[in-house]
Write a new protein. Structure first.
Lengths: 598, 87
């Protein structure tokens, strides 16, 4: 397909009746697109300010808004997510907001500026050649360290559609309808589901249907289609037997936004006859390279797009990318191209093809959304309940999730003692929910007395992983001493072994759950368990309990403090005696009867 | 199966398949929203929950996004959906 340069789309359009996009309510052709853009642009022309927030659920409304803003010399800001905090922050330095009907329904919050619906102002077309060098849109990405940063793009940075047509669109008829699960707010979806179809004259699905049950029947209705997907959705689609019925209809599947598991690529190949085309790139660099993983073979190296140069940074091992699509970075070469160092480490061979070796920074992707763990940590530390925290991504069934290890402040500890753990977790999640999509919020929370930092002041991944693996069931042993085979000067000879342990009782002990809301106390049965565990260590094997002969709980054992546990194993009499002290006060004591002589 | 025991069974599926911490199945309110403002589930949970329900009851949701949003609104609506589909 020939590509119309993006900056000439309003000037040299295709035939009026060429389909541009469709949703459940309507189909939009080139004529409608030009009238929507023209009408909205004239409306914007009459208003002061040219910085416009583009908050739409429809990819078509997004396209109309983008070209209308570009037509009046403005700049569209595309929110990285639709969380209220993000939208509020962005709209505070915008001159206007474009929001379609769907977005209004989903988020009817009050605005300083009344939002315009991009599709409500259709008028006369307003053709013009647009400036390909002037930034027309700001995308946002979570940087490697700090807050989300703006990434400006001009049409010239987006002309990668020509390359996309070469790699993705080759032999694909113009009738192929573009379906997508990738969000149009992210560069991948923006390029593949909006700009590439616009430039090549193919029609795109304006709404996002993410459930396989909603998407599959629509794909089955389309004679020829291409699917612009993300790995998370592909994983669910690939599990559906109906996918195989679409062979010959779904001509191409594209995947980007995160690594595609080989098993998913293989399932798609088995169902549709070809593995997905994977695109590797970033908001800063645009698309960098593609590959296809054939079933049963080693994944091939990534092959850069034409005009894209890559090299490995000798120090960081990260991929450095330069091309005319890179819109931020260092200006190193004389040809005016920018070079950007990505957060992905790579090995580059002499043919410029490369293998990825993982992220160098603390950025993770969950549900295809990029999250800087450092960024979220600094937000969490701002909370009055928190002294310090460490975040880590952990594997859960089909996706990764964020886990938080938190050191509570005095205020936080008081709050935790005041209400139950769940409402504390909800409060902390609430702090983050204003800024991040829900899928990025920590799902596993551990409250500890101190972070397991090493001597360099770093948080070792393994230590964090061990902490989040499960809620602690036993206290931390700070020190212990044994007295073996002591001969007592009693009337009878008893062989008694003693173990004395200094214990730190975690505030996050699993046994505290429900015991009691507002007043956490270590249950007696948990204390018995600690004593038995210590006795088993002395016995060098499992002990089975026949009964409890005497048990006294003189004072409550509160979490967070240090206690001393003294355990005696009396082999001859098959007894275990234990006492728990806080400093010199005895908190509890007991004598356990064992089923057998150890 | 009475609707109460089906409600509890679905609550158990939610807690187990999504590995929710700090909440017991019994604590989930039958009529409260599952997503965002209610139990706080998200889009990844939605897909996983649909898979678990299909495994357990052999039910699949239809192709109407608005209808699916209603089905996944609460434990109550999910139970209604499971009952209807199983006839």
């Amino acid at each position: 397909m020939a590509c119309v340069p993006l900056h000439q789309l309003l000037q040299e359009p295709r035939a009026e009746t060429t389909r541009v996009a469709w949703d459940r309510r309507a189909t939009y052709d080139v004529g409608a697109f030009l009238r929507h853009v023209g009408g909205l642009a004239r409306r914007l022309e009459g208003r002061p300010g040219r910085k416009i927030l583009l908050d739409t659920t429809s990819a078509y409304a997004f396209a109309v808004g983008l070209f209308a803003v570009a037509r009046v010399g403005g700049e569209a800001l595309v929110p990285p997510n639709r969380q209220e905090g993000t939208l509020l922050e962005l709209s505070s330095y915008c001159d206007g907001v474009l929001r379609d009907r769907g977005a209004n329904e989903a988020n009817p919050s009050a605005e300083a500026v009344t939002p315009l619906d991009p599709l409500a102002h259709a008028g006369e077309p307003w053709p013009a050649e647009l400036d390909p060098q002037r930034p027309i849109v700001q995308l946002f990405t979570s940087g490697t360290t700090g807050r989300a940063k703006e990434i400006p793009k001009a049409f010239c940075h987006l002309e990668e559609v020509v390359e996309l047509e070469r790699r993705v669109g080759a032999d694909l008829p113009v009738e192929a309808q573009v379906f997508a699960t990738a969000p149009h707010q992210h560069l991948y979806g923006f390029l593949l589901r909006v700009l590439w179809p616009l430039s090549t004259g193919r029609a795109f699905q304006a709404e996002s249907l993410l459930r396989p049950e909603e998407l599959l029947p629509r794909l089955a209705d389309a004679p020829v289609s291409v699917l612009v997907a993300t790995p998370a959705h592909l994983r669910h689609l690939a599990a559906r037997p109906e996918l195989a019925d679409l062979r010959g209809r779904v001509m191409r599947v594209v995947s980007s936004g995160g690594p595609l598991p080989p098993a998913v690529a293989a399932s798609v190949e088995a169902a549709l006859g070809a593995p997905p085309i994977e695109i590797f790139g970033s908001t800063e660099t645009g698309g960098v390279a593609t590959r296809r993983q054939p079933a049963g073979k080693a994944a091939p190296h990534w092959r850069p797009f034409e005009g894209v140069r890559v090299r490995r940074d000798p120090e960081s091992g990260c991929l450095r990318v330069s091309s005319s699509f890179v819109s931020v970075g260092a200006n190193l070469s004389s040809d005016g191209m920018l070079e950007f160092e990505m957060g992905d480490q790579a090995e580059v061979d002499e043919d410029q093809q490369f293998v990825l070796q993982g992220r160098a920074d603390r950025v993770v992707k969950i549900g295809e959304k990029r999250l800087s763990l450092s960024d979220m940590e600094s937000r969490l530390r701002e909370h009055a309940f928190i002294d310090d925290c460490g975040l880590i991504a952990v594997d859960r069934s089909t996706e990764q999730r964020v886990a938080a290890v938190v050191v509570l402040s005095a205020k936080g500890l008081a709050a935790k003692a005041d209400r139950d753990r769940r409402s504390l977790v909800q409060t902390l999640q609430g702090q983050l929910a204003a800024h991040w999509d829900r899928v990025l919020l920590p799902r596993v929370w551990r409250f500890v007395e101190a972070l397991p930092t090493d001597e360099r002041g770093k948080l070792p991944r393994e230590a964090l992983l061990a902490l989040v693996a499960e809620r602690p069931r036993v206290p931390v042993v700070l020190g212990e001493r044994r007295e073996d085979g002591e001969q007592r000067e009693d009337c009878e000879q008893r062989e008694v072994q003693t173990l004395v342990r200094d214990l730190q009782v975690p505030t996050d002990l699993a046994a505290l759950e429900g015991h009691f809301p507002g007043q956490p106390v270590v249950p007696g049965v948990a204390q018995l368990g600690w004593a038995l565990a210590a006795a088993e260590e002395l016995a060098g094997g499992k002990l089975s309990l026949a009964g409890v002969e005497a048990l006294k709980f003189k004072e409550m054992l509160l979490p967070g403090g240090r206690v001393r546990l003294e355990v005696e194993l009396d082999r001859l009499r098959a007894r275990v005696r234990f006492r728990i002290f806080a400093e010199d006060r005895e908190l509890s004591s007991g004598r356990l009867l064992l089923a057998d002589t150890p | 199966m009475t609707s109460d025991s089906l409600h509890l069974e679905i609550k158990k599926i939610i807690v187990e398949s999504l590995a929710l911490e700090d909440i017991a199945p019994e604590e989930i309110e039958t009529a409260a929203p599952l997503f965002v403002e209610g139990l706080g589930l998200d889009s990844i949970d939605a897909l996983e929950l649909a898979m678990s329900l299909e495994e357990k009851y052999g039910v699949t949701v239809g192709d109407d996004p608005d209808e699916n949003q209603k089905i996944f609104f609460s434990v109550e609506s999910l139970a209604q959906f499971v009952t209807d589909q199983r006839g």
